[in-house]
Ligand binder design. Structure first.
Ligand SMILES: Cc1ncc(C[n+]2csc(CCOP(=O)(O)OP(=O)(O)O)c2C)c(N)n1
Ligand SMILES: [Mg+2]
Length: 255
C-alpha cells in the first residue's frame, strides 16, 4: 500500500506553492516514502534548502528541522550543521539553479571533500520561481525566458561533475521513475560520504509553456522521451546521445 506521507507533513503550514502538474510535488512524496521505508526518525534529520520552487519541498512542509537558507548557499549551511552535529542525517533539497548555477562551487567542493550529506537536486532546466530563465542544466535548443531563440549551450552533466570531484554516490532519475527513484534515495541516505541525486522534475508553467507544450502531460512526455538508461546509452555516440537524459547510478564503482 502507498505510504501515507501526511504523517511527515506540517498540515497546518501554508498551502504548498507548487503549480498543477509540477514534478516537485511528486518528488516530495517520493523523498518521504524513502524515509518512511528506511524507518528513519525525522528527529534525527535536518533538511536544508536554498531559494527557488524546489526549495519549498522540505520547508516549511516537512515536520522536522528545516533550514530555508540563501540562494545558492544550502550546501554551505548543511556542511556547517553536519560539522556541528555529525550525528544528524542532513539532506539538502533544492533546485538546479540554486545548487548548480549560483551554488555550483559549494556543490563541487562538498563533493571533493566527500562531506556526509545527501543532496537532491530538482532539475527543471530553468529558474522556475523567478520567471523561467535558462539554467546551466538546460538541454541545447530549449526555449526559456532568456533563450528565446533556443539555448545555445550544452548542459552541465551534474552526475559526472560530482563524480569527478569525489562524490561517493551519484544518480539521475526522473519523477516518472518512482520505484527507481525511491530506491536511489534510500541508497543515498545509507551512503556514508557525499551522495547526490539529480531528479528530472518537469515544470509545466515556466518550461512547458515556453516550449509550446500545452498541458502538464505534454511537458512530462517531452522529458520522458529524452530519458535513456545508462545500459541503453552504452555504445551510442556523443551525437546520438545529444539531448538525451541518461538515467541510472554513476558511482560506487559503476561510473
Ligand atoms: C543572491 C540571489 N540572487 C538571485 C536571487 C533570485 N532567485 C531566487 S530563486 C532563483 C532561481 C531558482 O532556480 P532553481 O534553483 O532552479 O529553482 P526552481 O524555482 O526552478 O525550482 C533566483 C535567481 C536570489 N534570491 N538571491
Ligand atoms: Mg530549476
Amino acid at each position: 500500500m502507498a505510504t501515507d506521507v501526511r504523517q511527515y507533513l506540517r498540515l497546518e503550514a501554508p498551502p504548498m506553492p507548487f503549480c498543477p502538474g509540477c514534478g516537485d510535488r511528486i518528488l516530495l512524496r517520493l523523498i518521504l516514502t524513502a524515509i518512511d521505508e528506511l524507518k528513519i526518525n525525522m528527529d534525527d534529520m535536518l533538511f536544508v534548502s536554498g531559494i527557488g520552487c524546489a526549495a519549498w519541498i522540505p520547508s516549511p512542509h516537512f515536520n522536522a528541522d528545516t533550514l530555508h537558507t540563501l540562494h545558492g548557499r544550502a550546501i554551505a549551511f548543511a556542511t556547517g550543521a553536519k560539522l556541528f552535529n555529525p550525528k544528524l542525517k542532513v539532506m539538502v533539497i533544492s533546485g538546479d539553479g540554486d545548487l548548480a548555477d549560483i551554488g555550483g562551487n559549494h556543490l563541487i567542493h562538498a563533493a571533493r571533500r566527500n562531506i556526509d550529506l545527501t543532496v537532491i537536486c530538482a532539475n527543471n532546466m530553468v529558474y522556475g520561481q523567478t520567471g523561467g530563465q535558462v539554467a546551466a542544466t538546460a538541454a541545447k535548443g530549449v526555449l526559456t525566458a532568456t533563450t528565446t531563440a533556443g539555448n545555445y549551450y550544452r548542459p552541465f552533466d551534474l552526475c559526472k561533475l560530482v563524480n569527478a570531484a569525489g562524490a561517493t554516490y551519484a544518480a539521475r532519475y526522473s519523477v516518472t521513475q518512482p520505484t527507481l527513484l525511491i530506491s536511489s534515495i534510500k541508497k543515498a541516505l545509507q551512503t556514508e560520504g557525499f551522495s547526490f541525486i539529480e531528479v528530472i522534475s518537469p515544470c509545466p508553467t515556466q518550461f512547458g509553456r515556453r516550449n509550446r507544450l500545452d498541458t502538464p502531460k505534454d511537458t512530462f512526455k517531452f522529458f520522458e522521451d529524452k530519458l535513456i538508461t545508462k545500459e541503453d546509452a552504452e555504445g551510442l555516440s556523443p551525437q546520438e546521445l545529444e539531448n538525451r537524459i541518461i538515467t541510472g547510478e554513476f558511482s560506487n564503482g559503476s561510473s
